[in-house]
Design a binder for this molecule. Sequence first.
Ligand code: SIN
Ligand code: CO
Length: 394
Amino acid sequence: MKSSMSQIYPMSKILGGISPATFLRDYWQKKPLLIRQAISGFNGLLSASQFRILASSEEVQSRLIIKEGKNWELHHGPFSRSTWRSVNTKAPWTVLIQELNFHLPAAEQLLDHFNFIPHARLDDVMVSHACAGGGVGPHVDSYDVFLLQGPGRRRWRIGSQKNLTLQPGLPLKILKSFKHEEEWVLEPGDMLYLPPNYAHEGVAIDECFTYSIGFRAPSAQEWVAEFLSDFAERLEWPGQYTDPSLKPSQHPGELPESMNQFLAKELKKLHFDAHSLANFNGRFLTDPKPHVFFNPPEYPVSMASFQRDAKLHGIRLDPRTRFMFAKEGAWCNGATLNLAPELRPLVIILADQRCLSPKEMTDALRTYPEAPLKKQLWLWWLEWHENGWLQIDV
Ligand code: SIN
Ligand code: CO
């Protein structure tokens, strides 16, 4: 699916006319920003019936939230027709679909507007569909979020409160006391940016759709724990504790101090060089979430037919594929690419734009006179295609 989004919606207005550099300096991770008509003429990316079809799929993560008085109900999808029949007669409801960018090409294309933020920070595009009065209650998110209004209107209230205590005993995270300082009604195409942990509540005024473009960063706890467990798995540590000068024990039950000292001395040898840190980060940050599965092609594809189709249509990374590069290397879905320096320019294009046009492929292949490099590229691409990581861009 080729990107047409940039032609329909001018990219320059996504931040309301301010430059990405100014936005990042003054707002990103610092304070909210309301952008009226960030995408003028924006009418959403899917209809109510397309939404329902997606929410009925086993492959899609969806949640239904119903508010009855002070009580909140949370149900996990997939949702059948009978769910929709029953919610319509109940109290205000919202259905949320996570990772819409994995399921709807237009949602992946929406992300082109946010290419001034590294892909490493992206979480997903979520869409919510609510009846009038529906919402998920006052809460905070641990990530940066752009709340883009689709069809219908939503009233947002936000506050900079430090007290983030949650109401106990509820199936979702609702703030115990929410005091808003600002309030706006967002119309289709308006967008609100919120930094992490900023209290907010959105209530649908009409039946409405809201698109949340979320940017997550791993917590320090998760990041360091993953690093250490990866480090331990790869560990080759020579030596062993010895005690040739052992003296007779007065207390055989006592832990010898020399054993503590041995461990302390060994740990002082720990050293993490920049290359192995970047290599871990590349693998860690491109590793798909545990629930993500790829769809390999149904039938085996020969190299000859893959090459013919790829040269004709170009190639595109699957929306689930995480692909990154740094000066230390390149990584795809948790795997390190054994990258010849000559291939780096092409890998950079693929990582940035996530696709290669037929022309880009032909030009690149022409600049690699050496047969082994060309062969390496085609082997990668075919293998990724077989894994469901990459598709012919038809
Ligand atoms: C919603 O779309 O209803 C909720 C989005 C949010 O508050 O993060
Ligand atoms: Co939120």
